[in-house]
Design a binder for this molecule. Sequence first.
Ligand SMILES: [Zn+2]
Length: 110
Amino acid sequence: MLEHRFKGKVLWSRLVRNISREALHHLVLEYNKALEIGTDKSKCGCLSLITYELPCACMIALKIKNDTAIRLEEIHTHWKRLRFEYEVDPKVKKADISLLPEWDILQVYF
Ligand SMILES: [Zn+2]
């Protein structure tokens, strides 16, 4: 099952339909990074948190470990607006999406 790769279903549960796809895109990148580096803050650098005000890889790794959800309070209000600019120009986004096999799986949740 593909879904098995997303064992962190709980992780995404609170975010369903509440954040923009762009935010989700960033979070999936951090999620992949989390699987690689784990909870090591020094490897994480926490750029996502600093730059985008979204949970960074080490935060997500901790959540995966504890099987807890990313809370909506941890997402900056900016990302909660539904912003679909990218979808207006599918060419721009398509290249991005193709890099994310997880995207399809996440779509099921959203
Ligand atoms: Zn971090």
